[in-house]
Design a protein around this ligand. Structure first.
Ligand code: KG4
Ligand code: ZN
Length: 350
């Protein structure tokens, strides 16, 4: 099959109602969504593996791959049925193919390939982080590039200059742990279950954010990049000191102090990037964008500089397939489609 032709055929049907199926399986959620056009989500289905991984305190790649393989067909069928369409109505198939757990990604990529081949429809590989950014287009109909975007997820934390729907420039990044990873590890040290981010946020609600000083010379320097492993280690050390000396630790205060330090770092570095690029729109994306303290602090800081601040609706913050569909749709609009050689890739590249 000629995929460029299939993409062209699909594009000519845009005006007649364009049905795109999207699949996401990069980590611990098996998800599918059906979109009608660029920003209209007809349905979304998701199977979360969190209970499976909670037992081990984090994602176990082999268990993730197996669970995706078991569930993907039911999840796709559910999305198609809920959308009120039939499989033959699907004009294109978008799938997250990088970055992520390779075994997990391969399940979604293989399923999407089979479907695209059977339908003669274009197959569109989507960068998972570009998907997270696109979650904002679903929530905010008026949002268009250019803007500065802080992408903070479990595996990545980057600040990008989104110049257009297809041009991205890396402005700053974490030198070690991703923000979500730091939340998860700090939460684990505090005895909270996986995934720790939302649990730590809940605990922090009852804490004093100034009780424990959590400074980072690197984060307070003029560096564009940032670092979270020192803050995570500060939490681990506090817990160890408690165990060794028997000094009682106020866990809510630790959680609040840690969260404040992470949020402050992300806000400071994002503001620098706004200044550096001269942009007046700041966008937040990725799982950590569900954090209410981060959302509020970024909005306050951006608006104080006369910039607008956007973040996704809560259900589009963490992994989902609708965001993959939206990003895939934009790739298709640029005439991009992948052939059956599309591969899964663990690493992120711009
Ligand atoms: O984007 P995502 O769903 O998956 C990846 O692409 O990694 O992000 C998951 C990460 C986890 O580390 C999780 O703890 C974190 O996002 N997270 C949060 C919150 N909700 C999810 N971190 C802080 N506060 C939250 N409310
Ligand atoms: Zn993600």
């Amino acid at each position: 099959m000629n995929y460029a032709d299939a993409a062209r055929r699909a594009l000519t049907s845009l005006k007649d109602g364009f049905i795109l199926l999207a699949i996401e399986s990069s980590c611990d959620e098996t998800a599918a969504a059906v979109l009608n056009g660029r920003r209209s989500v007809l349905s979304a289905a998701i199977h979360t593996q969190i209970p499976l991984h909670r037992l081990y305190g984090g994602v176990v790649p082999e268990i993730a791959s197996r669970s995706h393989a078991e569930r993907i067909r039911a999840v796709v069928d559910e999305a198609v049925t809920r959308a009120g369409v039939s499989v033959s109505d699907i004009s294109a198939v978008a799938v997250a193919n990088r970055p992520g757990l390779v075994g997990a990604l391969l399940v979604g990529v293989s399923y999407a390939k089979g479907l695209a081949y059977a339908l003669g429809a274009p197959l569109i590989g989507v960068d998972h982080l570009q998907g997270h950014i696109a979650a904002n287009y679903l929530t905010h109909g008026e949002l268009e590039p250019p803007f500065v975007c802080l992408v903070a997820s479990g595996g990545h934390s980057h600040i990008l200059h989104v110049r257009s729907y297809s041009e991205f420039e890396l402005l700053a990044k974490t030198r070690d742990d991703a923000a979500g990873e730091a939340f998860d590890k700090a939460a684990r040290a505090l005895g909270l279950p996986y995934p720790g981010g939302p649990e730590l946020e809940k605990l922090a609600l009852d804490g004093d954010a100034y009780a424990y000083p959590m400074r980072s010379a690197f984060n307070e320097s003029d560096e564009s990049d940032f670092s979270f492993s020192g803050l995570k280690t500060a939490v681990v050390n506090l817990v160890h000191t408690e165990a060794q000396r028997g000094a009682r630790l106020n866990r809510a205060d630790v959680a609040a102090s840690f969260q404040r330090a992470v949020v402050q770092t992300l806000v400071d570095k994002s503001m620098r990037c706004l200044e550096r690029t001269g942009e007046s729109t700041l966008v937040l994306a990725g799982g950590v964008s569900a954090n209410a303290a981060l959302r509020a602090a970024l909005k306050r800081a951006a608006e104080a500089r006369g910039a607008r601040c956007f973040y996704p609706e809560p259900h589009y913050c963490t992994d989902n397939a609708a965001m993959i569909g939206c990003a895939g749709y934009h790739r298709l609009l640029q005439g991009c489609a992948d052939g059956l050689a599309l591969d899964a890739e663990a690493e992120w590249r711009l």
